[in-house]
Ligand binder design. Structure first.
Ligand SMILES: Cc1ncc(COP(=O)(O)O)c(C=O)c1O
Length: 394
C-alpha cells in the first residue's frame, strides 16, 4: 500500500490482506476466535510479543482491512470499526471522560448523539454544555477548567449549519481538550477533520460508506497515542465491534464511495438550484450554494457541497407532507447517504423528540424537509420534484 495513492485508489486497494488463495475480492473471515500453533505462541500473542489476532471482539482480518482502508482515506493512524454509528459516537466520547469532566457540544446534533451528551453523560457525573456551534465565541465562553471534550457535527442534521472545525480545534488545543467530529454529512470525500486540527473523527458507516441500504456500521479514527490511552480497553471490554460480514459490505461500499458521492452531490446541487427558483419554496439551504449563510466557512473547510439539501416550504407541514406524498422516485425515509434519493420531514421524524423551541433554535420549521440526493439521473429527479410541487399550493 502506498501512502501517496490518491483517495480513489486507496478506497479500492488500501488495507487489502490477500490470503494464500490470491482472491480478487477481499475475504470474509467470519470467525469468532483464532487458534495458536502452541501454548507458547498463545502466551506470546497475549503478551503482545507477536503480531496477530486474539478474539473477534478485539479485531479480525476483514475488519482490519476496513479499518486500514479508512485510515488511508482519512489520514489517521488508527481506526476501530463498530456495529453502528451510534456505537462509534458513544465510544469515542465516553472512553475519554470520567465523573467530574465537562463536555461542550454543538446543540445541532443528530438526536441520538444529543441524547448521549445531554442525557446519558450527566447520569455518570459528566457535565455537558450545548452551544450554538456556528459562533466560535460560544465555544470559548462555555469552556470550564474541567472541559475535556468538544463534540460537533458539520454540516449539521437537518439544516446544514457548519462549524469552524479549525477554530474549535484551536480553542481545544489551548486547554488540552480533544475535538470529536461526526463527519457523516460531509463524507470523507469532502471534509478531512484531522487535517483541520480535530483529534478524533467518527462516522456512521451506515450512511455514504455503505450507501446502498444494506449494513449498519460505524468507525472511530484518531492517532495511535489516543487510541492506546483511551479507546483500546474501552473497545475491547465493552464490545461494540463490527461483524466481519458488515466490514466486507463496507469494503465494497468504499470502492465506489467517490463515484457515488460525486453523483449524489451533483444531483443535490442541481436540485437545490431548481428548488430555489420555485414559488412554493421559501428557502433552500445547501452548503454548495453561494447563499449558504456560512459560505465562507464552507469554502474554508469543505471540498464539495454535500449530498443533502434542506428545503423550507411556504405551506408549512401540509405542503411538506403533500410534497413527500407526491414524489414518485424520491422515497420517504429518515435514512440518508443512500444511492436512492430519500426525503424526510424532520419535525415529525428525526427531530420529533425536541421541544418546539429547540426545533426553532435549529431552524427546523413545520415546512422543513431534508433531501438526501441519490445517484439517479438528475433530470428524472428534477422532473419528479417539478410534478410533485405542481400538486401543492404556493
Ligand atoms: C449525523 C449522524 N451521526 C450518527 C448517526 C448514527 O448512525 P447509526 O444509525 O449508524 O447508528 C446518524 C444516523 O442517522 C447521523 O445522521
Amino acid at each position: 500500500m502506498s501512502k501517496t495513492w490518491r483517495p480513489a485508489t486507496q478506497l479500492v486497494h488500501g488495507g487489502t490482506l490477500r490470503s494464500q488463495y490470491g482472491e480478487t475480492s477481499e475475504a470474509i473471515y467470519l470467525t469468532q476466535g483464532f487458534v495458536y500453533d502452541s501454548a507458547e505462541a498463545a502466551e506470546a500473542r497475549f503478551k503482545g510479543e507477536t503480531e496477530g489476532y486474539i478474539y473477534a471482539r478485539y479485531g479480525s482480518p476483514t475488519n482490519d482491512m476496513f479499518e486500514k482502508r479508512m485510515c488511508a482515506m482519512e489520514g489517521a493512524e488508527e481506526a476501530r470499526a463498530t456495529a453502528s454509528g451510534m456505537a462509534a459516537v458513544a465510544a469515542a466520547i465516553l472512553c475519554q471522560v470520567k465523573a467530574g469532566d465537562h463536555i461542550v457540544a454543538a446543540r445541532a446534533l443528530f438526536g441520538s448523539c444529543r441524547w448521549v451528551v445531554e442525557t446519558l453523560a450527566p447520569k455518570y457525573g459528566i457535565e455537558c454544555t450545548l452551544v450554538d456551534g456556528r459562533y466560535l465565541e460560544n465555544w470559548e465562553k462555555a469552556i470550564r477548567p474541567n472541559t475535556k471534550v468538544f463534540f460537533l457535527e458539520s454540516p449539521t442534521n437537518p439544516t446544514l449549519e457548519v462549524v469552524d472545525i479549525a477554530g474549535v480545534a484551536k480553542l481545544a488545543n489551548q486547554i488540552g481538550a480533544k475535538v470529536v467530529v461526526d463527519n457523516v454529512f460531509a463524507t470523507p470525500i469532502f471534509q478531512k477533520p484531522l487535517e483541520l486540527g480535530a483529534h478524533i473523527v467518527v462516522y456512521s458507516a451506515t450512511k455514504h460508506i455503505d450507501g446502498q441500504g444494506r449494513s449498519l456500521g460505524g468507525v472511530i479514527l484518531s492517532d495511535t497515542e489516543w487510541v492506546n490511552e483511551h479507546l483500546q480497553d474501552y473497545y475491547r471490554h465493552t464490545g461494540p465491534a463490527m461483524s466481519p460480514f458488515t466490514a466486507w459490505t463496507l469494503l465494497k461500499g468504499l470502492e465506489t464511495l467517490p463515484l457515488r458521492v460525486k453523483q449524489q452531490s451533483e444531483n443535490a446541487g442541481k436540485i437545490a438550484d431548481f428548488l430555489a427558483e420555485q414559488k412554493q419554496v421559501a428557502k433552500v439551504i445547501y452548503p454548495g450554494r453561494k447563499d449558504h449563510p456560512q459560505a465562507d466557512i464552507v469554502a474554508k473547510q469543505m471540498k464539495g457541497g454535500s449530498t443533502l439539501v434542506a428545503i423550507e416550504l411556504k405551506g408549512g407541514k401540509e405542503a411538506a407532507f403533500a410534497l413527500q406524498n407526491a414524489l414518485e422516485i424520491v422515497k420517504i425515509s429518515n435514512n440518508l447517504g443512500d444511492a436512492k434519493s430519500l426525503i424526510t420531514h424532520p419535525a415529525t421524524t428525526t427531530h420529533k423528540n425536541l421541544t418546539d423551541e429547540a426545533r426553532a433554535e435549529l431552524g427546523i420549521s413545520p415546512g422543513t424537509v431534508r433531501l438526501s440526493a441519490g445517484i439517479e439521473d438528475t433530470d428524472d429527479l428534477i422532473e419528479d420534484f417539478a410534478q410533485a410541487l405542481s400538486k401543492i399550493k404556493a
